[in-house]
Design a protein around this ligand. Structure first.
Ligand code: UT7
Length: 330
């Protein structure tokens, strides 16, 4: 070990103002508040307003993360943005986020790894800092899933929301920072959660629009079963990399996809549910943004303090899964 670490110097989040409640969805679809709450734990979600995009949400979160770290944008060496719903397929959303901060040019690129994208981006940032390539990385997570949800499909429309989060990772020398990570992807499960059209496999045309192939498709039951296995595996892998055990964790912040998935993962791990941060009730599944949003809320509630050891863990399209163990604070 070089003694060089990557610490979380600042955290910021943003969610659009517009609230879409289960009651609102009852007016649009053949669904009920009772079904949504009992099957998912979701009561409402935020939806991007006119003109709001992945980069505008991400820029709000990034500004707040920089303020939290008491840093000017010029102190950042690199921008990594996890997203599945970038403003456009290219150029990258990281560059657009950065442009909105009115900052000097920096290396910027996107990471696309389903809902696990932010955990992937965090590990990438950590590795580059520990290798000595950079001093500070802005790791952004932003998704506007409302732009790819089929609002006529009740099996997916009730689940998702929009949001963003960002952290500033910086070089440190103490015992804080990202202590260990675990990442994985099994492409066999790719078809279980995908957006079929608009890529090189199925370029956009009138037919793809008529067939609604530009909307997200998901085999919910299969993804559920995968998630219940993947979360504990990822947390165990990250703990092993950090040379720590479950008993060392002050808090677990899992991807907020379904409250029942979190409960099942907690049971499998043999951990009390009160060690888990759950805020899916108010945001739904915001994909890459769900962990930063939950981290921020845990911090605001006094459940995440400097020096605490927190595990973040996610799963998603790919199928990807991953986790990181972080000793919080600078
Ligand atoms: O970020 C990662 C991505 N995604 C996930 O993590 C999602 C993982 N999967 C899930 O969270 C769950 O599988 C769902 C919430 C998607 C579905 O819950 P479920 O308990 O697995 O329900 P189901 O798909 O087995 O459907 C049960 C019933 C069906 O009716 P029948 O066939 O039993 O008559 C569905 O048609 O519920 C029906 N249904 C609904 N009813 C009212 C499905 N969606 C709805 C709905 N409102 N929105």
């Amino acid at each position: 070990m070089s003694g060089r670490s990557a610490v979380v110097a600042g955290l910021g989040v943003y969610a659009p103002e517009r609230v879409l409640s289960n009651g609102d969805l009852e007016q649009m679809l053949d669904t009920s508040d009772d079904w949504i709450v009992s099957r998912t734990g979701i009561r409402e979600r935020r939806i991007a307003g006119p003109g709001e995009t992945a980069s505008s949400l991400g820029a709000h979160a990034a500004r707040r993360a920089l303020d939290d770290a008491a840093l000017e944008p010029s102190a950042i060496d690199m921008v990594i943005c996890a997203t599945n719903t970038g403003d456009t397929p290219f150029p990258c959303t990281a560059g657009r986020v950065w442009l909105r901060l009115d900052a000097p040019p920096r290396p910027a690129f996107d990471v696309q790894a389903g809902c696990t994208g932010w955990v992937y981006a965090l590990e990438l940032g950590r590795a580059l800092i520990v290798a000595g390539a950079v001093e500070r990385v802005l790791v952004v997570a932003t998704d506007v899933l409302s732009s790819i949800v089929d609002w006529e499909d009740r099996s997916t429309a009730v689940l998702f929301g929009d949001g963003a989060g960002a952290v500033v990772l910086e070089a440190g020398t103490g015992d804080r920072g990202v202590l260990g990570s675990y990442l994985n992807c099994d492409g066999v499960g790719g078809p279980l959660l995908m957006l079929p059209a608009g890529g090189s496999a199925m370029p956009a045309n009138q037919e793809t629009i008529v067939r609604r192939q530009h909307y997200m498709k998901m085999a919910g039951n299969d993804v559920f079963r995968f998630a219940v296995r993947a979360l504990p595996e990822a947390i165990a892998g990250a703990l092993e990399a950090a040379q720590l055990s479950l008993a060392d964790l002050d808090l677990v912040v899992p991807h907020q996809a379904n409250a029942r998935i979190i409960e099942a993962a907690a049971r499998r791990l043999g951990l009390d549910l009160d060690r888990f941060m759950v805020n899916i009730e108010r945001y739904g599944n915001t994909s890459v943004a769900s962990i930063p949003l939950a981290l921020a809320e845990a911090r605001d509630e006094g459940r995440l303090k400097a020096g605490d050891v927190v595990a973040v863990a996610a799963f998603g399209a790919g199928l990807t899964w991953g986790a990181a163990v972080v000793r919080w604070g600078r």
